[in-house]
Ligand binder design. Structure first.
Ligand SMILES: [Fe+2]
Length: 551
C-alpha cells in the first residue's frame, strides 16, 4: 500500500501499490471524476490525498525523490494552490474546496540537472530505464507555467464546489489553458535555438515570428541593447525607427521598472497615430537603457492584456538567458584562445624559423572549413586545432629542431613523434579535448601511408584532413632557409596531383573553390607575421616541417 513516513512532518517517497490503495467513498469519487477533467485540460497529473487519513486515494504516486508533504499540506490549508521547487523537481498541489482532499504531483523542473535527478532516483530504487521513462513522462515545465495550469484547474474545482460552473466560465478556462499550451509549445520550439553557437538575433527572429502568429498582432519588435549584443528586429510598419521606438518605451517606463508594460487605446503622435495598443517587456532591467520585446496592434482590434504580457515575459526570459549563455561562451572562448596563443608563442620562441606557420595554417584551414560549409563551432575548433597542430614540437630538443644539416633517421623519428606528443600534452587539458583529432592526425595521408596511426580515407578525422592540406600548402609556399617557397602554380599542381593520394579530394576541391581568397588571407598573414626586414635577419635553420612536405 502507499506508505507515508512521518506523514504529518516530513514525508516520504510513496510506493505505488494499487492493491493497497484505500477506496474513495462516493463523495470523493465525484471530486476524483472532476479532477480527471482537470487533468485532461491541464495535462497535469493529479494524485489525490486524504489529509485527514494521511492516505492516497487516487492517481499515480511513484516519485523520484522524498518530499516534505507536511509543508505542502499546511500551505494548502491557507492557499488554494501551491507550487514548490526542490532538487530539480516541482512539487505542486491544489486544495479541493470544502473537503480534506488535496490533489497534486511532481514534475521535472525545466532547468533541472539530469545527473542530479539520476542520483536521487537511484537512491529511491529507480533503475536507469525506469528513470528515463519517468523523466520523459514528467519533464519540460517551468514552475510559473505549472502554477498557471493549477490556477486554471483550481478555478474549475471552485466553480464546481459553489455550483457556479457555467458554459461561459468553462470556455474561459479552456481558452486560458489554450494560451498556456501555446506558450509551452512555443517555448519548446524555441529550445532548439538555445545553444551557445546560435546568434541571439536568429533566436529573436524566430521568437517574433511565432509571437505574432500566436497573439494575432500586426507589429512585433525586439530592441536589444545589452553589452556586446546589440541589434533590432522590427516586423511590420511601425512608422518609426527602432531607436525612436526604444526611446518612446523608455519614456513610457518613466524611471519605473515594471516587468510588463501594457497600453491600450493609445494616442501617440510618434508614428502618425498608427499605434492602437502595445505590450512590451523590458529585458535586462538592470541596464540603464533596457532592451525590449514588444508587440502592438491586434489584427481583430481587441485589447492586449495579461495573456499576451505573460507570453512576452516568458519568451523575454528565454532571450535574456540565451544572451547570457552566448556571452559566457564568448568569454570562455576568448580565454581558451588566449591560452592557446600563449602555447603557440612558446613554440614560436623555440623554433623561430616556423614562426607564424601555425597561425597561417589555422587561417587557411578555417577558410577551407568555411568553404565546406561546416557548422560554425566546427570551423572554430579547426582554427584552434590549426594553431596548436605542431605543439608536440615543443617536446623535440632544440638541437634537433634547429639543426641545419639533414636529419638522421633517429632525428627524423624523433620529430615524427610530434603529433603524438602534442596529443599527449593537450589530452591533459579538458577544455581543449575537441582539438585533439587535428593535432594527432594532421600527418595522416588519405592513402593510409601517413603517421602516426596510418589512418586512411574518411577514417581520418575531418579536422585533420583539412589541416593536412593547410599545413602542406603553407610548408610548400613559405620560404625555407635552404630554398625559396615554391611558386603558387607549383604548389597547386602538387595539391591537385595529390588529391586522393596524400589529401582528401573533397578538401582539395574546397581549397580550389576558395583559392583566391586563401591566397589573399595567406599573403596578408605572411606579411603580418614575417615583415621583410625580420625575414632577412632570420638565421637559416631548416624546419622539421620539411617532413610534412610532399616533395
Ligand atoms: Fe606537423
Amino acid at each position: 500500500m502507499f506508505t507515508f513516513e512521518e506523514f504529518s512532518g516530513s514525508t516520504a517517497i510513496l510506493h505505488d501499490d494499487p492493491q493497497g490503495r484505500r477506496r474513495p467513498d462516493r463523495g470523493q469519487l465525484q471530486h476524483i471524476e472532476l479532477l480527471g477533467r482537470c487533468e485532461e485540460l491541464t495535462g497535469l497529473s493529479l494524485s489525490v490525498i486524504d489529509t485527514d487519513l494521511g492516505q492516497f486515494i487516487s492517481g499515480p504516486c511513484s516519485h523520484l525523490a522524498r518530499f516534505h508533504l507536511g509543508p505542502l499540506i499546511q500551505t494548502l490549508q491557507k492557499a488554494s494552490v501551491h507550487v514548490a521547487t526542490e532538487r530539480g523537481l516541482i512539487l505542486y498541489g491544489l486544495q479541493i474546496p470544502g473537503t480534506p482532499l488535496i490533489a497534486g504531483g511532481v514534475l521535472v523542473n525545466d532547468n533541472a540537472l539530469i545527473p542530479e535527478l539520476e542520483d536521487q532516483a537511484a537512491q529511491n530504487g529507480f533503475t536507469q530505464e525506469s528513470f528515463t521513462s519517468w523523466v520523459t513522462r514528467h519533464s519540460g515545465i517551468r514552475p510559473d507555467v505549472a502554477r498557471r495550469l493549477l490556477d486554471s484547474a483550481q478555478q474549475i474545482m471552485a466553480q464546481h464546489a459553489t455550483g457556479t460552473e457555467s458554459v461561459q466560465t468553462r470556455d474561459a478556462v479552456v481558452h486560458q489553458l489554450g494560451q498556456i499550451y501555446e506558450e509551452v509549445t512555443l517555448i519548446q520550439d524555441l529550445s532548439q535555438y538555445l545553444r551557445p553557437d546560435v546568434d541571439p538575433l536568429i533566436l529573436m527572429e524566430a521568437v517574433l515570428e511565432r509571437i505574432e502568429l500566436i497573439t494575432g498582432v500586426e507589429l512585433g519588435a525586439i530592441c536589444l541593447q545589452h553589452a556586446g549584443n546589440k541589434g533590432t528586429c522590427l516586423n511590420g510598419d511601425w512608422g518609426m525607427s527602432a531607436s525612436d521606438l526604444q526611446r518612446w518605451l523608455n519614456q513610457e517606463l518613466g524611471g519605473r521598472s515594471p516587468h510588463i508594460l501594457v497600453r491600450n487605446n493609445l494616442r501617440t503622435e510618434h508614428n502618425g497615430g498608427r499605434l492602437r495598443c502595445i505590450a512590451a517587456v523590458p529585458l535586462f532591467v538592470e541596464d540603464a537603457d533596457p532592451s525590449w520585446i514588444v508587440i502592438a496592434n491586434t489584427k481583430d482590434r481587441r485589447e492586449l492584456g495579461t495573456e499576451e504580457a505573460n507570453l512576452l515575459r516568458s519568451v523575454g526570459s528565454i532571450i535574456a538567458a540565451q544572451i547570457r549563455v552566448v556571452e559566457l561562451f564568448r568569454e570562455q572562448d576568448t580565454m581558451v584562445l588566449a591560452f592557446i596563443r600563449s602555447l603557440v608563442a612558446s613554440l614560436d620562441a623555440k623554433d623561430s624559423y616556423t614562426r607564424g606557420h601555425s597561425e597561417r595554417v589555422a587561417l587557411v584551414a578555417e577558410r577551407i572549413a568555411r568553404q565546406m560549409q561546416l557548422p560554425e563551432p566546427e570551423v572554430r575548433t579547426i582554427f584552434q586545432s590549426g594553431l596548436l597542430h605542431d605543439l608536440g614540437k615543443i617536446g623535440v630538443s632544440d638541437a634537433v629542431l634547429q639543426k641545419s644539416e639533414s636529419l638522421s633517421p633517429e632525428e627524423f623519428h624523433l620529430i615524427a613523434k610530434h603529433p603524438e606528443v602534442g596529443h599527449q600534452i593537450l589530452s591533459e587539458l579538458r577544455n581543449l579535448s575537441t582539438l585533439l583529432p587535428g593535432v594527432r592526425h594532421h600527418h595522416e595521408r588519405f592513402d593510409g601511408r601517413g603517421y602516426p596511426d596510418q589512418l586512411a580515407g574518411k577514417s581520418i578525422p575531418r579536422m585533420a584532413r583539412i589541416l593536412a592540406v593547410a599545413d602542406s600548402f603553407d610548408a610548400m609556399g613559405s620560404n625555407r632557409p635552404y630554398r625559396s617557397g615554391k611558386p603558387i602554380e607549383v604548389v597547386e599542381r602538387i595539391l591537385a596531383e595529390g588529391a586522393g593520394k596524400q589529401w582528401d579530394p573533397d578538401v582539395i576541391q574546397a581549397y580550389f573553390d576558395a583559392r583566391l581568397d586563401i591566397h589573399r588571407i595567406w599573403n596578408q598573414a605572411l606579411e603580418r607575421m614575417n615583415p621583410p626586414e625580420s625575414t632577412s635577419r632570420q638565421t637559416s635553420v631548416p624546419s622539421a616541417l620539411v617532413i610534412a612536405m610532399p616533395d
